[in-house]
Design a protein around this ligand. Sequence first.
Ligand code: GTP
Ligand code: MG
Length: 300
Amino acid sequence: MSARRCGLVAVLGAANAGKSTLVNRLTGVKVSIVTPKAQTTRFRVRGIALQGDSQIVLVDTPGIFQPRRRLDKAMMQAAWAALLDADTIVMAFDAHRKDLDPHSEKILKTLEDLNRQAIVILNKVDLVAKPRLIPLAETFAARGAVSDVFMVSAEKGDGVDDLRHRLATAIPEGPWLFPEDEASDLSARLLAAEITREKLFLNLHEEIPYGLTVETEGWEPFRDGSVKIDQSISVARDGHRGIAIGRGGRTIAAVRRQAQRELGEMLDRKVHLFLTVKVDPRWSEDPTHLRLLGLELPGR
Ligand SMILES: Nc1nc2c(ncn2[C@@H]2O[C@H](COP(=O)(O)OP(=O)(O)OP(=O)(O)O)[C@@H](O)[C@H]2O)c(=O)[nH]1
Ligand SMILES: [Mg+2]
């Protein structure tokens, strides 16, 4: 019998590269929310994948972007901390792009400075003609900070099994850190809040999604097996509240319906979801709320 392996694999990359889609694919279940909008992931989310004797602890991170608000800075701190903690580093890159963007460049520079290497994933290859991928792969392979380059479609699943096998041998020998049947380290309450936030990101536009947060405030199981989940949505400004609710309550009703359906499937039971929208511009400065998400406020 070969020895067991276990290790942290940080997945970094520019915003929208498909990191969360990749982590979900490798894990085999949805642990991290996905939307077409950049800056969807706000904190580190662990997804646990098994491959033979290896337990691969994938750490999804907020995409690297230019931080402005204090929340942004906390998000970036979470991403860089994941890199420092990792046994193995994966850098996801949207192969749809023609060339290296400044954020991916910054990750490579940081790796070079730390004398570390990453496995680069050219993702979204379903959208790109093969000949275009070769020069891109060569550009990455020429960098000292890159150990290998994989071509993957996280969405369709192409190349994901090969990658999982590679990660299984890249991580160090050691005992498994999580029970065999655990796929994520998120609590059900936090995952439920994330699912609702995903639906809000999908139904709201411009700056509104970036200014809101969701918190699960109540979780009441009933004798018939169903569960009542109460969540509050905090929006950044007065004007955002009406938009989040929508004309005649249509927007929030759609969000509620979509989130309730997905939560029902996820929890495998009937869910009664109740949402309230409040205006709270201070949530992103509130250390208690951010700590719930595993974020620390950086100094001013
Ligand atoms: N066509 C295609 N789309 C993909 C693929 N992987 C991800 N996407 C899409 O790209 C968008 C962003 O995906 P995410 O997984 O949320 O990206 P992310 O890197 O986690 O983004 P942030 O958390 O915002 O940094 C979504 O619309 C995904 O459906 C892929 O392999 N092919
Ligand atoms: Mg993400």
